[in-house]
Design a binder for this molecule. Sequence first.
Ligand code: ZN
Length: 70
Amino acid sequence: MPRYEFRCRACGSTFEVSRPMSASGDPATCPDGHDDTVKLLSTVAMTGGGSAPRPAAGGGGGCCGGGCCS
Ligand SMILES: [Zn+2]
């Protein structure tokens, strides 16, 4: 499911919302409860975004594709 980034114009914070593409144009509510928000550029499938699990963390052998196991 794509993620969309919003910014709250009431408190200035940014937040992400995961929602179907069919609902991409719907208004989002700030985590603090404000509804004066604007949608920013889509952050769909960004890697290295900080919150994604690291492939090597589970020891599942996912690191051998990048040359780190030579
Ligand atoms: Zn807010």
